[in-house]
Each structure stands twice: as structure tokens, then as C-alpha cells.
Design a protein around this ligand. Structure first.
Ligand code: FES
Length: 188
């Protein structure tokens, strides 16, 4: 079993599918209103697992809560053919990774990275949030972790390919994701 580091740096054994109720107690709130889509993807997440010998792989500890997500990609002829994730995050993170991996499959890499840097990051965030419905302010820092881990995996992919010069561009997109982590800070 995968034992990620928590935000304090120690190892802990967390269920990848802890219940939203436990989550609520952990964060000191009584009830967390989650959309039906979030609950659906949390209960039956798609694309869980790891790809053997992936073209790209990344691991991210969410900078806000420390929860860990890992993503691996199969890419062939410029098309993302498969995407798999593991996460010890909350319901919203699991739902985000589930919907993102489902939507990114079949996309051409050239489509994903077309446009300027801000457009690319917004497009990736939209892949998740257009699907999940309203996300509680206290959970708005969760979807960006999936986008960041995807960018980490793509940076590794580009680093290995002939197009190694694109690796630094993709790495350069990661700081733009930090804006999305901060959303909801005031309301939360
Ligand atoms: Fe940590 Fe959502 S609260 S992943």
C-alpha cells in the first residue's frame, strides 16, 4: 500500500476513499454540501491505478492541505491514450482526478497546449470544474492539484521526447496553477 507523506512530513496510512463525513469532522465543519457529480465520482472513481512504464508520471502534494495525488500517462503519436491516478486526497480531489483523467483521454497534446499559458491552465481547470458543478469554497484548492500533477507528468514526457525544449514551458505553467489554489481562501 502506498503511504504518502502528510503535510507535517510524517508517514500515515490513509484510505484513498475516506468518507465526506470523516472529512467534515477533520476540518471542523458539520456538513459539507457536495454536488451529485462530485459524490458520484467519489463513490465510483474512474481510471484509478497506475500505468506500467508510462510516458509521463507525476506526484504532487497539495500545497494547501498536503494530500497526495499521483498520475501516470500513456501517450502515443501525440495523443493521450490513457491516464490513471492514485490519491489520498478528499472526495473533491478524487472526483477531480476521476473526471480529469476521463476527459483528457483521447485529447491531442497539441490541443491541450495550444494558446497562451493562461489559456492552457484555464482550459485544464475547466475540464474538471465544468463537469463537477459547484465546489464548496473550502474545497476550491483541491481541483488544481490534478492540473498540477498532469503538468508534472507532461513535463516528464516532454523531457524524454525529442521535443525536450517544451519541458521548461510546461514547468513554467505550474506557478500559474498557484492562483487557483488560493481561491476561496477568504470565504473558507
Ligand atoms: Fe486535501 Fe481536498 S482537502 S485534497
Amino acid at each position: 500500500m502506498w503511504l504518502p507523506k502528510n503535510s507535517s512530513g510524517s508517514l500515515r496510512n490513509k484510505s484513498p476513499f475516506r468518507s465526506p463525513d470523516i472529512e467534515s469532522k477533520r476540518e471542523g465543519i458539520k456538513v459539507l454540501e457536495l454536488s451529485e457529480k462530485i459524490k458520484e465520482h467519489f463513490r465510483n472513481p474512474l481510471n484509478v491505478g497506475e500505468i506500467e512504464n508510462p510516458e509521463g508520471m507525476g506526484t504532487v502534494d497539495n500545497p494547501v492541505c498536503g494530500d497526495t495525488t499521483k498520475l501516470s500517462l500513456r501517450i502515443s503519436n501525440g495523443v493521450i491514450e490513457d491516464a490513471r491516478f492514485l490519491s489520498f486526497g478528499c472526495a473533491v480531489t478524487i472526483a477531480s482526478a476521476s473526471v480529469f483523467t476521463e476527459k483528457i483521454k483521447g485529447k491531442e497534446v497539441s490541443w491541450v497546449f495550444s494558446g497562451n499559458d493562461e489559456e492552457v491552465v484555464q482550459r485544464l481547470i475547466n475540464l474538471i470544474e465544468s463537469e463537477l458543478g459547484e465546489i464548496p469554497a473550502i474545497k476550491l484548492h483541491c481541483p488544481p492539484a490534478t492540473v498540477q500533477v498532469f503538468l508534472e507528468a507532461m513535463a516528464q514526457y516532454f523531457g524524454r521526447e525529442e521535443r525536450a525544449e517544451l519541458g521548461p514551458r510546461i514547468k513554467g505553467l505550474i506557478p500559474l496553477v498557484s492562483v487557483y489554489y488560493k481561491r476561496g481562501e477568504e470565504e473558507a
